[in-house]
Design a protein. Structure first.
Length: 298
């Protein structure tokens, strides 16, 4: 099957693209940077925010895995999440695409506040967009939490809310689930996928500090806002099966594995497209492609 992947160099995309190739699919990856085809991946230039090149990228495609997200600072009304999704769906409908898989966030339907409200609105666009669809709602990635904790590690203390639970999932596990779904018939319903365990913020932070060889004073605090309250109540977790298999402990202490050329190329340095998916200084991509932000007030 010929599949177009948006957000191909993001946290999830760097696992999805090689997994699709290994599964025998023909992969076309959308990028705002012109790239040479390699390792079974055809690169197409296009910009979801402006719409440039999107119709050409969708041409001849059977299914679309829409992973890209741009946060509210993307160009146009609500950036990539809404305007970009609408543009992609219009192109997919006109080109006769049979299946659109859209990645969202677990809890978007239960806590429509902030960026989750945008995700829920984007889900509705997918439902109404024309091509048959699958919505894959994911819990936060291990990789995203790792980056978030690195940001806080510059402080002499590490603030944690022991009452806030997390159900992190490895992006590789999520990619395997996505590949199975996009290669199957459209589900025509949201599908949830989360990690194999639920951890308190203090447990998660202590394990991270130990694995990274860091010492920080952990200061208990209560995270403010409706989003933190909803997470505290368990609204951002899922009991759906199957679940990911990689634990937070195992993510932090990975066994040596052969390198993946695609992942090496796109994530080897802090300036790679995977760690900085958008090169436009006016566009902030939150957490790569997982569409999940740190808790904020409101």
């Amino acid at each position: 099957m010929r599949i177009l992947v948006t957000g191909a160099t993001g946290t999830l995309g760097r696992f999805v693209v090689p997994a699709l190739v290994r599964a025998g699919h023909q992969v076309r990856a959308l990028s705002r940077t012109k790239r040479e085809d390699r390792d079974g991946v055809e690169w197409a230039w296009g910009d979801l925010a402006s719409g440039d090149g999107v119709t050409e990228a969708v041409r001849g495609i059977r299914a679309v895995a829409h992973l890209a997200t741009g946060g509210r600072k993307g160009r146009g009304p609500r950036g990539v999440d809404l305007a970009g999704t609408r543009t992609l769906l219009e192109a997919a409908r006109s080109e006769g695409v049979a299946h659109v898989l859209f990645t969202s966030v677990v809890g978007a339907d239960r806590v429509p506040v902030g960026f989750l409200k945008d995700k829920l609105q984007a889900e509705q666009l997918v439902r109404d967009g024309g091509p048959d669809w699958t919505i894959l709602r994911l819990t936060p990635f291990h990789q995203w939490l790792d980056r978030l904790l690195r940001e806080f590690s510059s402080l002499p203390v590490l603030p944690v809310d022991r009452s806030v639970p997390w159900q992190p999932v490895h992006a590789r596990d999520a990619a395997e689930r996505l590949v199975a779904l996009v290669g199957d018939r459209p589900a025509l319903r949201p599908v949830e996928f989360g990690g194999p365990e639920v951890l308190g913020t203090d447990e998660l932070a202590r394990d991270w500090l130990a694995a990274r060889g860091l010492r920080r004073v952990i200061v208990p605090m209560r995270f403010p806002g409706r989003l933190a309250a909803a997470q505290r109540a368990g609204a951002l977790g899922t009991t759906a099966t199957p679940q990911g298999t990689t634990t937070w402990y195992d993510y932090l202490r990975p066994a040596p594995v052969p390198s993946d050329d695609f992942a090496d190329e796109h994530t080897a340095s802090p300036t790679s497209p995977a760690t900085q998916p958008e090169r436009d200084p006016n566009v902030h991509v939150y957490g790569g492609d997982e569409g999940y932000q740190r808790p904020t007030r409101g």
